[in-house]
Write a protein that binds this ligand. Structure first.
Ligand SMILES: Cc1ncc(COP(=O)(O)O)c(C=O)c1O
Length: 416
């Protein structure tokens, strides 16, 4: 059984945590709904509107800047989603965006200016590598990419103009795990803003804000919504940052649609049970793959063979639902294995209830150069699994038949 996220919710670290009243599992179900209110709908209403009527122009001026002015500024359903997310993540506030990339790009544009510098770990989502290495230089913002877990290199890369320390843990797709305490201490020492992409970790398995991270980001498209039916991005953090993000989002127009916000609120209610089941299924899948001869290497934070196993066990309550492995053979073999799967659906993305399989060089890391992929250790033989909530035995049987069918293909074509 996966450990439940039992910890002290008094919120002590660094004075940056909001005091928790409820555990994340409870907050996810009850959200920001007012429990005192009688005869209220149990399910949050969708304010599917772009604008709000006012009685006169004095009121018009009063509502400007609230969530009852114009939906690009804010919307009550969107506010409910944000309040729920902030409570789950244990931060003062949260902002939602139209996508995970929208959340990242808006945050960087909100907080950095021409001449600023970013230190980022090397193993991160390809879309972010592209934004940092191809887009930000046009605005005069440079990034130094450093070996993900070599913290001396992180420190050496810091310059007088460095503003942001950007990390992702566990990373996509190699599932590297960074040491939260070390990164938070480094940022504190040099007065940097820390931002973590915690998408793979989920707010059920880890809470970087407890270690002092300033900004915790999620592609809400994945585990938070959990049903592959919307795109959204989330940033959780202190109120001072949330205000800047709100202003930037309003200007860039990167807002979330109220209907998508409602789907997100509904998805969040089952976040804890989904993630606990995905943790269990993924662990079984990872254990199985490690025993298979046709598999060269398995990447999963809660496998003893994982290079950061000790730190993963310390700062995570579950290993997560993502498992990456490399097949013995060629990139063509990896493609064949992924296409031979029946229960794992061949599709990019992750974190939903159904199990998905994808080839990182063709999907999550297709948009960056072969050289950048090589630096991250992303190979053609690599297959990424997003393990869902199905029956674990059936998932394992599907993987076995896919690996065997490719082995059989080899013996037919080579005559062995
Ligand atoms: C780790 C990670 N971060 C960010 C993103 C971007 O999120 P979105 O697709 O919602 O824009 C992704 C997308 O796959 C991701 O895997």
């Amino acid at each position: 059984m996966t450990k439940l996220n039992l910890r002290d919710y008094s919120g002590t670290s660094e004075g940056k945590m909001k005091r928790r009243k409820r555990a994340p599992e409870t907050a996810a179900v009850h959200g920001a709904a007012d429990l005192e209110k009688k005869n209220a709908p149990v399910s949050a209403p969708i304010y599917q509107t772009s604008t709000f009527e006012v009685t006169d122009n004095d009121e018009q001026q009063r509502v400007t800047g609230t969530d009852r002015y114009y939906t690009r500024w804010g919307n009550p359903t969107v506010t409910l989603a944000e309040q729920t997310l902030a409570e789950i993540e244990g931060t003062e506030g949260a902002r939602v965006f139209a996508s995970g990339m929208g959340a990242i790009t808006s945050t960087v544009l909100a907080l950095l200016k021409t001449g600023d510098h970013i230190v980022a770990q090397r193993d991160i989502y390809g879309g972010v590598t592209k934004f940092f290495s191809q887009w930000l230089p046009k605005l005069g913002i440079e990034t130094t990419f450093v070996d993900t877990t070599n913290y001396a290199l992180h420190e050496r890369a810091i310059r007088p103009n460095t503003r942001l320390l950007y990390v992702e843990s566990p990373s996509n797709p190699t599932l590297r795990v960074i040491d939260f305490a070390k990164i938070a201490a480094l940022a504190k020492k040099h007065g940097l803003i820390t931002m973590i992409d915690s998408t793979f970790g989920t707010p059920i398995n880890q809470h970087p804000a407890e270690y002092g991270f300033d900004l915790v980001m999620h592609s809400g498209t994945k585990y938070l919504s959990g049903h592959a039916d919307l795109t959204c991005g989330v940033i959780c953090g202190r109120q001072e940052f949330m205000q800047q993000l709100w202003e930037t989002r309003t200007t860039l127009g990167n807002c979330m649609d109220p209907h998508a916000a409602w789907l997100l609120i509904r998805g969040l209610k089952t976040l804890a049970v989904r993630v606990q089941r995905q943790n269990e299924n993924a662990q079984r899948v990872a254990d199985l793959l490690e025993r298979r001869a046709k598999v060269r290497r398995v990447y999963y934070p809660f496998l003893k063979s994982h290079p950061e196993y000790a730190i993963a066990r310390q700062q995570m309550t579950g290993g997560g639902g993502m498992v990456t492995f490399e097949v013995e053979g060629t990139g063509e073999d990896a493609r064949r294995v992924s296409e031979a799967m029946r229960l794992f659906t061949l599709a990019t993305s992750l974190g939903s209830v159904e199990s998905l399989v994808s080839i990182p060089v063709l999907t999550s890391h297709a948009m960056i150069s072969a050289e950048q992929r090589k630096g991250m250790g992303v190979t053609e033989q690599m297959i990424r699994l997003s393990v869902g909530v199905e029956n674990a035995e059936e998932l394992i049987a599907d993987l076995d038949q896919a690996l065997e069918s490719v082995a059989a293909h080899h013996s037919v074509t080579t005559g062995l």
